[in-house]
Design a protein around this ligand. Structure first.
Ligand SMILES: NC(=O)c1ccc[n+]([C@@H]2O[C@H](COP(=O)([O-])OP(=O)(O)OC[C@H]3O[C@@H](n4cnc5c(N)ncnc54)[C@H](O)[C@@H]3O)[C@@H](O)[C@H]2O)c1
Length: 327
């Protein structure tokens, strides 16, 4: 018989703040690039009958003793059923014995850990004097990424929002109308990108939305939406003149935004500048000049999920939060 702690999304949200998560995700990636943490091969497969994508991301964050996996994915039609499109759960195991220890709802974990890595991309690669931020795709991730970027880019004056569902962009603009930054809804992606210093793409698109000719020197792009084979948000030609940084080189070349430029021979594993952990731990320098175009491709790595869930588990034990089941 094994005792398992169960944490729901609300409980996890009460245990992990954005600032703490930012710190632990930086640490997890820094350690990852030094070979201290592990991410095992990703499973990510289509369930065409239900327009779903099911995946498993597993790994080990040594410093937190967090061994386990996140299983779930993205069901594009859920919204019309009143459900979030993203669905997932994390299972944590005792690394010493293999016994299951916790079952952690992972929708909040996915939101906060993806927001954190987006903030890290902006912090290390965007120009610190960036004033115009474009967000392409104003669903759940678009919202989270916007909030995260504003935490680390103190000089943003204007936010330009674009979504193929114009009502979604208008709603987000209304929701942030009280922010000091001016919120503008663009009619098309070109209008959103042409003046932007930072572009965040957070759509579920399967074809390029952001074109090379719209990108001015000095722009930073956080490519968030492409986390599956076949998805695409960026014109691969942008990669030919950009410094490309990835969360994980294997994942990005296979199922991240890099896949298209990689498959077309525009980039190789050698021309990718590095993994974000190498820049965090100062093994490599970040942006080299104010004119450079930078791309951060993030696909979501198991260490983000495990670091976040492991921390929530530790805090829940200390504070007596969660329910217990025995299996
Ligand atoms: N990198 C990561 O770690 C990570 C983590 C979570 C989600 N994701 C991915 O991010 C994407 C967005 O996730 P979400 O939860 O915000 O989904 P969502 O369904 O809430 O939002 C997606 C938005 O993109 C818009 N969109 C889709 N295609 C578009 C196009 N061609 N042009 C303009 N807008 C378009 C939709 O109208 C919608 O508003 C998904 O592909 C998801 O798999 C990545």
């Amino acid at each position: 018989m094994t005792d398992i702690l169960v944490l729901n999304d609300r409980e996890v949200a009460s245990l992990v703040s954005f600032a703490e998560n930012l710190r632990m995700i930086e640490q997890a990636f820094s350690d990852y690039s030094l070979g201290r943490n592990a991410a095992f091969p990703v499973v990510r497969e289509a369930i065409p009958k239900y327009d779903g994508i099911f995946g498993i991301k597993s790994g080990y964050v040594e410093s937190q003793g967090a061994l386990g996996f996140k299983a779930g994915g993205f069901w594009a039609n859920n919204m019309s059923r009143g459900l979030p499109n993203h669905q997932s759960v994390i299972v944590l195991f005792d690394p010493a014995t293999g016994q299951p220890r916790a079952l952690v709802a992972a929708n909040f974990v996915t939101q906060i850990r993806t927001a954190a890595i987006g903030a890290i991309g902006c912090k290390y690669l965007a120009r610190q004097d960036s004033r115009i931020l474009a967000v392409i795709g104003t669903g759940q991730q678009g919202r989270n990424q916007l909030e995260a970027a504003l935490q680390v880019l103190p000089h943003i004056e204007q936010v330009v929002l674009y979504d193929q569902n114009i009502a979604s962009a208008q709603t987000l603009a209304k929701d942030i109308a009280h922010y000091p930054q001016k919120a503008v809804v663009a009619d098309n992606p070109a209008q959103a990108c042409q003046e932007a210093d930072v572009i965040i793409t957070a759509t579920s698109s399967f074809k390029a939305i952001v074109m090379d000719e719209w990108i001015k020197p000095g722009t930073h792009i956080n490519a968030i939406g492409t986390d599956t084979r076949g998805k695409q948000e960026l014109d691969p030609l942008i990669f030919a003149r950009a410094m490309v940084v990835v969360d994980d080189i294997n994942q990005c070349c296979y199922l991240g935004e890099c896949q298209h430029a990689y498959d077309a021979g525009i980039i190789t594993r050698d021309t990718i500048y590095g993994q974000i952990g190498e820049i965090i731990n100062q093994g490599k320098k970040g942006r080299n000049s104010s004119k450079e175009i930078t791309i951060f491709d993030t696909t979501g790595v198991a260490i983000q999920d495990l670091a976040t869930a492991g921390y929530a588990f530790e805090q829940a034990l200390k504070k007596g939060i969660g329910s217990r089941i025995t299996i």
